[in-house]
Design a protein around this ligand. Structure first.
Ligand code: ATM
Length: 250
């Protein structure tokens, strides 16, 4: 059994408990991001953005371009990248009943924990390129920044066990534009039905993340011609894969 605790206990506390070192079954959240970080030979790429930003189109284009270079990528998504996740996705997006903000946060993290452990980490360990339609930054933004759930980042660190994407591509569109695109697709899901103010916070949240780390996050204007965006994304990804020795394929 693992026990999660925020900080490593001080020497005084350990002495008081008559322990020389901290019990091994305790996982310290403050240290989680050091665990296994960047030790995989694969490449983890994530697409993020608000509703109707064009993620699916760009993800497909990139996967096709990589396949042409004999570099097949593993395409996956959150929520819903595993059989368990598919059930969670249904609960989250199409529930007829109310979902409390806390339950919503835990369901996204449950999907993520299982997805990272059973799909993403094994593929990265095999040296594959993994492309995920959304990951932890969606929780940081939707549940953390837009809903105001203070523990979103902490729970993300538990669910991902410190795994961080090599590159996050954010497709940025004004919510008015994105929601108009989505409306044309049929019945809006639970999150698409949120107020405009919520969607504005989501957009602001993604841009704020990108500002903090300009190496990991790249923002593309999602209102531009999808062909042009696709070409730019392919160039960027090629450079990053070259740096990691994954392009060209040997
Ligand atoms: P997609 O439709 O892009 O797959 O995303 C599902 C929804 O789940 C999306 N909102 N809508 N509509 C964003 C939302 N979401 C979160 O709120 N938190 C998360 O952690 C993730 C992964 C998605």
């Amino acid at each position: 059994m693992r026990v999660y605790q925020f900080r490593h206990p001080s020497k005084n506390v350990l002495r008081h408990l008559k322990l020389l070192t901290a019990p091994p079954e305790v996982v310290y959240i403050s240290r989680l991001d050091m665990k296994k970080k960047k030790t995989y030979p694969g490449f983890f790429l994530v697409f993020e953005g608000g509703e109707g930003c064009g993620k699916s189109t760009q993800l497909r284009k990139l996967a096709q371009a990589l396949a042409r270079q004999s570099l097949p990528a593993l395409l996956t998504r959150e929520p819903g990248g595993t059989p368990l996740g598919k059930g969670i996705r249904k609960l989250l997006l199409h529930a007829k009943h109310e979902v409390s903000p806390e339950a919503e946060l835990f369901l996204y993290e449950a999907d993520r924990a299982h997805h990272v452990e059973s799909v993403v980490r094994p593929a990265l360990a095999r040296g594959q390129v993994v492309i995920s339609d959304r990951h932890a930054d969606s929780t940081a933004v939707y549940q953390g920044m837009a809903r105001g759930m203070r523990f979103a980042d902490t729970l993300n660190r538990i669910a991902t066990s410190g795994l961080q994407p090599d590159l996050v591509i954010i497709l940025d569109v004004p919510p008015e534009v994105g929601l108009a695109r989505v409306r044309g697709r049929g019945t809006p899901d639970r999150l698409e039905r949120e107020k405009m103010a919520f969607h504005k916070k989501v957009r602001k949240g993604f841009l704020a993340l990108a500002k903090k780390n300009s190496r990991r996050y790249k923002v593309f204007d999602g209102t531009r011609d999808p062909e042009d965006i696709g070409q730019e994304i392919q160039r960027l990804v090629k450079t990053r894969l070259e740096r990691k020795g994954l392009w060209p394929r040997h």
